[in-house]
Write a protein that binds this ligand. Structure first.
Ligand code: CMP
Length: 141
C-alpha cells in the first residue's frame, strides 16, 4: 500500500506555501494540526471569537453571512484570518460543503507565520484584496 503523503509535502503542493523551502515547511507543519470536517459542519461561526486560521488541504467550504453566500473556497485557499488580524468576532460562517480537510494554526502561530514570512503575508494580502474587489462588484453588497 502506498504511504500517505505527510503534511509537509502536502503543504508544498498548495500554492500558498510552495515558495517555502522544505525545512521551513516542516517547521511550519509542526506548529499546526490537521482537522477534518463532515459536509454541513460549521468550521467557523459568525460572531464567535476567532482562535484559528485554516488552510483547506482537501474539500470545499462556503462562506455565508445569513442567507447570503459570499464565497466558495477550495484546496489551497484559506479562511479565518480576519478575526486573528483585528481581534474582532468572526465576520461570517464557514461551512464544509463536502468532507473537508484543513490545516489549522492557532492565533499565536499565525502571528509568527506572517511576521517571519513576508512572502506569505503578501500572498495573503493579495487574496484579501481580491476578495474585497469581488465583494465591491457583488450586486448584493
Ligand atoms: P473571519 O472573520 O475570521 O471568519 C470568517 C471568515 O470568512 C473570514 O475570517 C474570512 O476568512 C472569510 N470571509 C469573510 N468574508 C469573505 C468574503 N467576502 N469572501 C471570502 N471569504 C470571506
Amino acid at each position: 500500500m502506498a504511504a500517505a503523503p505527510d503534511a509537509a509535502s502536502m503543504l508544498g503542493t498548495v500554492p500558498f506555501f510552495s515558495n517555502l523551502d522544505v525545512k521551513k515547511r516542516k517547521s511550519l507543519v509542526s506548529q499546526g494540526k490537521e482537522m477534518t470536517f463532515k459536509a454541513g459542519d460549521a468550521v467557523v461561526r459568525e460572531g464567535s471569537l476567532g482562535v484559528g486560521f485554516y488552510l483547506i488541504l482537501d474539500g470545499k467550504a462556503e462562506v455565508r453571512k445569513g442567507e447570503r453566500v459570499l464565497a466558495t473556497l477550495g484546496r489551497g485557499q484559506f479562511f479565518g484570518e480576519m478575526s486573528l488580524i483585528d481581534e474582532l468576532p468572526r465576520s461570517a460562517d464557514v461551512i464544509a460543503l463536502s468532507p473537508t480537510k484543513c490545516w489549522a494554526l492557532t492565533s499565536w502561530a499565525f502571528a509568527g507565520l506572517v511576521k517571519t514570512n513576508p512572502e506569505i503575508a503578501l500572498q495573503m494580502l493579495k487574496e484579501m484584496v481580491k476578495r474585497l474587489r469581488a465583494a465591491q462588484s457583488s450586486p448584493t453588497s
